[in-house]
Write a protein of this length. Structure first.
Length: 411
């Protein structure tokens, strides 16, 4: 409020985000109205710059503007209760074509499981009884265009699905989405920069699945959650041990037969290659399987527990069972019958083994082990899966709290 010669006047300070066009009416930079103020107020308030900022009278503001949206970075002040703070979590992610861009459930439910998943634990608050044991949770999904012309780029249709879940450390498998309905049964996908929804949720574990409307659409995104009390994280790698289904006397005979062919009770990388390439890999869709010496050296290095440079019959037994299991998974997920797995098939195969890998790690492994088209052969799949398993075992052996490990330089 300023004092003019004719009395008090209420002013509003505004800003045009595009910067160059400003208000030309009363109280604009060149308006005569400024001459009605005292020199002190005039110096304090009047800034003649082409910066997009300007003053208007409250009366003109009401005439020229219809909608007023009040935005806050956090919803703390939205609560009428003193001292009631809201928790805030932010996660960045990306939809990648062929990897994490699965599309919406209604548009393409066959690839929906590929989308990123975020674990959300809504915790009860002290005054939850006031709202019949429900908690207010605000979820916001914002898309980020990486282009420098992002203001001109068309927005994708984006949205998210929210699922109630019992477990706290497992990524939802593809079959889950065919048997369960999301909490928000009517998902809304908008071609806006940001989509926000308010929920009243019972305390418990939930999974948020952000997605674009159509599959194979790429973009970065930011997922934010506001509530009075919650925990949130992206699903991490968790190893589930493979059930040993290959026990019995026939396998013992197999091991003994191949080890009797070498004079030593242990085999090196060259002998391992010879054994694997001489095995009759039955029912492998007509493709010839072969293992290179480099692959066999890598396999031996991973399974050679005593660092002897050789495999014992016990270590070879472990390898053989894993090879049979990996072959079964590989055949099941090689839907194109090409003898190689693409990114989509690789993600499905990894989940089939019971291992949960982040999409970023899976993509990196496809670059590391795949051909120029990011397709994985059975030999590469074996090396990849063995490394994932062994690293998981090493982590569990070294960690003390299940959250991380401390290593000396020598380790």
């Amino acid at each position: 409020q300023v004092t003019c010669q004719y009395g008090p006047e209420n002013l509003v300070r505004l800003r045009n985000p595009w910067g160059k066009i400003e208000w030309k009416g009363d109280w604009s930079d060149n308006s005569y109205k400024w001459e009605l103020l005292s020199p002190k107020e005039k110096i304090l308030l009047r800034k003649k710059k082409e910066d997009g900022e300007f003053w208007m009278s409250l009366r003109d503001f009401k005439i020229h503007f219809v909608d007023l949206m009040i935005c806050k970075l956090t919803p703390d002040l939205m609560s009428q209760e003193d001292g009631k703070k809201w928790m805030y979590s932010l996660k960045s992610g990306r939809w990648v074509k062929g990897s994490t861009a699965g599309g919406s459930l209604g548009f393409c439910n066959g690839t929906f499981w590929m989308n990123p998943q975020y674990w959300l634990n809504v915790l009860p608050v002290e005054d939850s009884r006031k709202s019949l044991n429900s908690c207010n949770v605000v979820i916001s999904l914002m898309q980020k265009h990486s282009s420098k012309h992002r203001n001109r780029a068309p927005h994708l249709f984006i949205g998210f699905s929210l699922y109630k879940y019992q477990e706290s450390n497992r990524k939802l498998p593809p079959a889950f989405f065919t048997r369960h309905q999301p909490v928000n049964k009517h998902q809304v996908f908008l071609d806006e920069r940001e989509v926000t929804h308010d929920f009243h949720l019972e305390p418990g574990v939930y999974v948020i699945v952000p997605s674009t409307l159509e599959p194979q659409q790429e973009s970065e995104f930011i997922l934010r959650v506001f509530s009075r009390k919650h925990l949130m994280k992206f699903f991490l790698n968790i190893l589930k041990e493979i059930v040993d289904r290959y026990e019995g006397k026939s396998w013992e005979d197999f091991f003994t037969k191949h080890f009797e062919q070498v004079s030593n009770p242990e085999i090196n990388a060259v002998q391992l290659q010879r054994i694997l390439n001489n095995i009759s890999w039955r029912n492998f869709q007509g493709f010839h399987l072969s293992f290179s010496l480099d692959a066999c050296q890598g396999i031996l290095a991973l399974l050679d527990l005593n660092a002897s440079g050789t495999l014992s019959i016990q270590e070879f037994r472990v390898l053989w069972k894993r090879l049979l299991f990996f072959l079964e998974v590989f055949q099941k997920r090689d839907t194109s019958r090409s003898g190689k797995l693409d990114l989509v098939e690789l993600h499905a195969a990894v989940q089939e083994t019971g291992i949960s890998l982040s999409n970023e790690v899976c993509n990196l492994m496809a670059i590391r082990y795949g051909d120029p088209d990011l397709k994985i052969s059975f030999e590469s799949f074996v090396c990849f899966m063995l490394r994932v398993e062994i690293m998981g075992e090493a982590f569990r052996n070294l960690t003390q709290d299940g959250k991380g490990i401390y290593l000396r330089e020598s380790e």
